[in-house]
Design a protein around this ligand. Structure first.
Ligand code: AP5
Ligand code: MG
Length: 229
């Protein structure tokens, strides 16, 4: 995760970690606690896909295979979102972006132009076997988006949401063969960001294998301390 501050005091936070590391889980809670917009590049793509926009249709084939959507498309999409008033005044919790060194460089330039900068990067670490188990067991409610896990948090009735009775579905990229490709892509294209931000003195590492609440508490401490190592 990357913490950025601006002269206006807005906070800009980016979560860094593998697919299944818990970026979305933590960003959702953090966003409420800190009143900072949560921007997930994956959610933006999925929303476009659902609405069958040209951007969504462009991203579809990459997402289904677990490949990254091209940098120029992704950077433009996130840039547009960052320019919206809520992000401008409050900052942002970025989840799933940047995911390549090129995206990180583009983000740095965009922020610099707006008088903002990255203050802190927190990298949420989880072993590969745990990531695979988390992703392949995940089911989501179509109606209210509640997340279940076949082993750790199963619904009371198979394929039905406990909270609202909605239908549960599996993300198409959570199928085992696609999960492995997403992880391979992560190790090749996203992991270099750890060195990239470490060299800038911004990186903080975090054990993402602990339970959700413990990770959340640790994360909050890091953000409140705002002390890059
Ligand atoms: P995206 O939507 O970003 O997916 P991802 O990061 O690959 O994977 P997840 O969202 O599953 O990981 P997460 O870390 O958010 O974990 P979560 O909190 O959900 O990207 C999807 C696709 O879009 C990409 O493959 C690519 O095609 C495209 N894309 C997106 N961004 C892009 C970019 N910047 N550039 C190019 N292409 C891009 O948790 C996972 C599961 O684990 C859940 O079931 C959760 O309940 C559970 N869990 C979480 N934390 C814990 C814990 N501490 N203990 C136990 N279980 C936990
Ligand atoms: Mg996510």
């Amino acid at each position: 995760m990357i913490l950025l501050t601006t002269s206006t005091g807005a906070k800009h936070i980016i979560l860094l970690g593998a697919p299944g590391a818990g970026k979305g889980t933590q960003a959702t809670v953090l966003s409420e606690l800190q009143d900072i917009p949560h921007v997930s590049s994956g959610d933006l793509f999925r929303d476009n896909l659902k609405r069958e926009t040209p951007l969504g249709l462009q991203a579809k084939s990459y997402m289904e295979k677990g490949e990254l959507v091209p940098d120029d498309v992704t950077v433009a999409m996130v840039h547009d979102r960052l320019n919206q008033p809520d992000c401008d005044s409050k900052g942002v919790i970025l989840d799933g972006f940047p995911r390549t060194v090129e995206q990180a460089r583009a983000l740095g330039k965009v922020l610099q132009q707006d008088g903002k900068k990255i203050d802190l990067v927190v990298y949420i670490q989880v072993p590969e076997d745990v990531l695979v188990q988390r992703l392949t067991g995940r089911w989501i409610c179509r109606a209210c988006q509640t997340v279940y896990h076949t082993l750790h948090n199963p619904p009371r009735t198979a394929a039905e949401c406990d909270a609202c009775g909605g239908e549960l579905y599996q993300r198409s990229d959570d199928r085992p063969e696609t999960v492995q490709n997403r992880l391979n892509v992560y190790f090749e294209q996203t992991l270099p960001l750890v060195d990239f931000y470490q060299e800038k003195g911004l990186l903080r590492e975090m054990d993402g294998q602990q339970d959700i609440e413990t990770v959340g508490t640790a994360l909050l401490e890091v953000i409140q301390a705002k002390q890059p190592r």
